[in-house]
Design a binder for this molecule. Structure first.
Ligand SMILES: *Cc1c(COP(=O)(O)O)cnc(C)c1O
Length: 360
């Protein structure tokens, strides 16, 4: 059986090494006589898995000791509500930068809980750039400022964080998690769904500064109270056990490659292959301004809807799947997360060249 190159925005490819390791441990995890899927989350052996995942993510992301790492469920979308419930508790104000669908959804959810302001937006040009902001744009009495770091649908990324002054910064890093080093100490909270770059669907990781915890509103459901999860080592209830185990294997894989600096180097190489081709092609072009281009999600178009459709169809027949752009943008999008091998991008570019020759 031939494996395809899967360019899906998520759930997405996992490293083949990780899948093989999981397969080899499927029936009997380290002599326990059971699969990780079957284990009690309260068992010693499972505790060693979640502890290892925790310590690896701390090591790889260089997470300071005064931050908690929470392994939760509900997807990034659940955190859209959990964030205001946990943190919008001083002035009741929060400032959002709208850089795409996910930021917009987070903003809409937060509006249910307080005085939420749009600080800047790139909606005027279909979110094809990151809007510039200055410290003065942020209300200095806001409880937090919110950004979506990498915009999965539109293919933009923050290369430089906004200066929010003293306002704590919260970022959705779902689609750039572990893709390159980030300075966690610059944020009060970073969080994301794991299904883009970290693990299969079902796990949401929240990294939160300790002094920011413990101020949840009274009405906050227990399951959305980050302090409850922090106090219980992400074991207040049954965690997504198997997904955390795969997360651990992915973290081991990244460590084996040489960590996040090395991961970044590889990701830059892959993205450059694709962007260089898009910049030289007469048929295909990228949709994002060069300075804000994402390393992870690369949207591109031709000038014709028919040609786009033809390309997607032929690509699929050749083993390049899920290249269709998001329904709100059209065209194509290649998501080239950590697990996409460089050969996958090289072969895609070769295929695009051939398609261009044949169709012009
Ligand atoms: C995929 C994605 C989400 C939504 O994640 P769910 O886990 O499906 O709720 C939110 N934000 C970003 C940036 C995403 O890429």
């Amino acid at each position: 059986m031939a494996r395809v190159y899967n360019f899906s925005a998520g759930p997405s490819m996992l490293p083949e090494e990780v899948l093989k390791k999981a397969a080899s441990e499927m029936l009997d995890y380290k002599g326990s006589g059971q699969s990780v899927m079957e284990m009690s989350h309260r068992s010693k052996i499972y505790q060693s898995i979640i502890d290892e995942a925790q310590s690896l993510i701390r090591e790889l992301m260089n997470i300071p000791d005064n931050y908690k790492v929470l392994f939760l469920q509900g997807g990034a979308s659940t955190q859209f509500a959990a964030i205001p419930l946990n943190f919008m508790n001083g002035s009741g104000k929060a400032d959002y930068v709208i850089t795409g669908q996910w930021a917009k959804k987070a903003f809409a959810e937060a509006q249910k809980y307080g005085d939420v302001k749009v600080v800047a937006s790139s909606a005027d040009k279909t979110f094809s750039y990151i809007p510039k902001t200055t410290k003065e744009d942020f209300r200095q009495d806001a409880d937090y400022a919110y950004i979506c770091m990498n915009n999965t649908i539109y293919g933009t990324v923050y290369k430089e964080l906004p200066d929010t002054g003293d306002v704590p910064l919260i970022a959705d890093i779902s689609s750039c998690f572990l893709s390159e080093p980030i300075d966690v100490s610059k944020f009060a909270v970073v969080y994301g769904g794991a299904q883009k770059n970290v693990a299969p669907a079902g796990l949401t990781i929240v990294i939160v500064r300790e002094d920011f915890l413990g101020k949840a509103r009274d009405i906050t459901p227990t399951m959305l109270d980050y302090k409850v999860h922090a106090d219980n080592g992400s074991m207040y209830n049954t965690p997504p056990c198997y997904t955390i185990y795969i997360c651990k294997l992915v973290l081991e894989w990244i460590k084996g490659l040489g960590g996040l600096e090395k991961m970044k180097e590889i990701n830059e190489k892959k993205a450059k292959l694709l962007y260089d081709f898009l910049d030289s092609s007469k048929m295909f072009r990228g949709t994002v301004v060069p300075e804000d281009r994402s390393l992870m999600n690369v949207p591109f178009v031709t000038d014709s809807d028919e040609l786009n459709a033809k390309f997607i169809k032929e690509a699929e027949a050749n083993g390049f799947v899920n290249l269709k752009g998001h329904r709100t943008v059209g065209g194509m999008r290649a998501s080239i997360y950590n697990a996409m091998p460089i050969e996958g991008v090289e072969k895609l570019v070769a295929f695009m060249k051939k398609f261009e020759e044949e169709n012009s």
